[in-house]
Design a protein around this ligand. Sequence first.
Ligand code: AMP
Ligand code: MG
Length: 400
Amino acid sequence: MLTVADADQIIAAHGLLHQTETMPFAQARGRVLAETILADRDFPPFDRVAMDGIAIHFDALANGQTTYPILAIQLAGEPGQPLPDPTGCLEVMTGAVLPTGCDTVIRYEDLEINDGIATLTIPAGMTRGQHVHKQGTDRHALDVLLPAGTVLRPVELAVIASVGQTSITVLKRPRVAVISTGDELVDTHQTPLPHQIRQSNAYLLQAALRDLDIDASVHHFTDDIALITSGLSALLVKNDVLVITGGVSAGKADFVPDILNGLGIRRHFHRISQKPGKPLFFGSSTDDQRVVFALPGNPVSATLCFYRYVRPYLQTAMGMVSDPPLYAQLAGPVTFKPPLTYFIPTRLETKADGQLLAFPLPGNGSGDFSNLTAADAFLELPANTTEFPAGTLVKAFSIG
Ligand code: AMP
Ligand code: MG
């Protein structure tokens, strides 16, 4: 059977092609830039006054002058004025153009102003050019401010705003549909009969996709070949990625893999040597433009498979870096005999030295999803090891 590492490689080999779209920059928080943003002019675009105070020519101060008649006021947002007399000063405000003929700003905090005369209270320690943010010292016109591939945080949106680029090209988010299958499932608002349950996986997947800023459509099909076939066929037209739960195991009503095959989805694998989540199916259309993950229906398995395989796949598909793995020390020993990678829900605690400590929560197997509410992550215990003593450092990945 395929190992977890093999599955990772196969999934990585079938990445979606990046497509782009144009959107208003102010709505692009979290998106990945698909173009280069250049400086439209110097940063700052003029010699900018950096403190409220007066602007002088430093030569006057170097000659021992400590009092300066205020000849005019230069506010932010006004065209630059000249200094009419090199022994005088202009009162200047933060963000104003430094008046021509001035090279230095003295803060109000270092001045006393009486009857239109500014007097330096502590003349020592002043330097030429102080409190002037010189034109082009941050960036020059046409410098690259943001390369393509940048994930846009608020600070990047501010930079884009400042160069006047009202619409930008970003990578498209994949269109994703979530599908639950099963005759035993009813929806949340319904009252299940004794042999039925309320379905929960689709809500888990929908919310977990929202964490990636993906608004997935949600669907349910009963275990009916014709219904699943026509439903999936329609969804494959409108979506890039299908995330299905249920119907992929070895049961009599597990029709999904064969149906997908009939719809042109090539099976790249079906079953991984892992517990839980062994029946995971991954396939794609010949051109890799349509990708399907079919997760086993057991809620813990579905959760594990989403966070371990689907979430990183989608992050890569969106041009983002997938979450780096966490490493945690086992707080107690774990024994696991089967030759499978063992994923075990765990609570994580941060010790005083910053090291994560893992408290495994085995629960009652892959149907016990209420157990997950106490968990922060899954531990990934490598296959073919039986004993994991307390203190072993193991890989973990968060479940939100
Ligand atoms: P299956 O993979 O279809 O054989 O389902 C395995 C188990 O998971 C069964 O006990 C199902 O009732 C349960 N199950 C399947 N789909 C869901 C779902 N969407 N929400 C909650 N439980 C589910
Ligand atoms: Mg089923």
